[in-house]
Design a protein around this ligand. Structure first.
Ligand code: SF4
Ligand code: SF4
Length: 237
């Protein structure tokens, strides 16, 4: 997760990747001590990332000498104070430019805006989903995915990527995280579930989401306080 060369001090430490091994955590703590500013860069550092879904299977605490696994996969903020966070998988170019131009205050954040606000696909006024579909065969490339029953979590995902995936006919899978801080993803998922529920024709909806955890928490599962698996609760060590 960290290219931790020996150095006395640094203005900024850039951390990529999540905490998976005990060595990750030691390097992170060293970087934190020596750096004025710590930047969590990318969705794995900010939210724990996709491989955090491994905690569903409770795979923590294994490994061997030199590669001991922590009890759980965790985002960086669980073990060290984070000064700046730039999510994304990968982080959008626009955000990286802003960061480079003005390292200590990437102030273009418009809290509350979602990927839907940047998406050019046509949306229905009042969305009512009667059926979720799998795959993209036959999907209208100009209409909102969700209106067509294709799981797309752009409605709950922070803006900033320019709705990259929907613009190339692929649904958003949430790599920018929910609106709010990196440590507030719990609230984000609750809002997302409630928003989606209000769009469902509950009496008629056929089947359901094939993979609800993967839909709502693909990148941020390690952030959730209620996550399952053996490793939950190691945060904040
Ligand atoms: S739900 Fe997806 S496809 Fe629909 S407007 Fe939002 S980002 Fe675009
Ligand atoms: S559309 Fe969604 S998944 Fe794609 S880059 Fe943007 S936030 Fe990430």
């Amino acid at each position: 997760m960290l290219d931790a060369k020996d150095y006395e001090s640094a203005d900024i430490a850039i951390v990529t990747g999540s905490l998976r091994t005990e060595a990750d955590e030691r390097r992170l703590r060293r970087a934190r001590e020596k750096s004025k500013c710590l930047l969590a860069f990318g969705s794995c550092a900010c939210f724990g990332g996709m491989h955090g879904l491994a905690d569903l299977e409770g795979v923590g605490g294994k490994g061997g000498p030199g590669f001991w696994l922590r009890d759980s996969v965790d985002p960086v903020w669980r073990a060290a104070k984070v000064d700046l966070a730039v999510p994304g998988c990968p982080p959008p170019e626009k955000k990286v430019k802003l960061l480079l131009e003005n390292v200590l205050s990437p102030a273009d954040e418009k809290q509350g805006r979602s990927v839907c606000d940047e998406c050019g696909r046509k949306r229905s006024g009042e969305r009512k989903i009667a059926k979720f579909r799998r795959g993209l065969k036959g999907v209208d490339e100009e209409r909102c995915f969700l209106d067509q029953g294709v799981p797309c979590i752009g409605f709950a995902t922070s803006s900033g990527c320019g709705a990259l995936c929907p613009s190339v006919n692929y649904p958003c899978y949430g790599c920018m995280g929910f609106n709010g801080g990196v440590a507030e993803q719990d609230e984000g998922v609750a809002r997302a579930i409630s928003a989606l529920a209000s769009s469902l024709e509950l009496e008629n909806v056929e089947g359901g989401l094939a993979d609800p955890v993967g839909f709502f928490m693909r990148f941020a599962y390690p952030c959730f306080s209620l996550k399952g698996g053996k490793g939950n609760g190691s945060g904040g060590r």
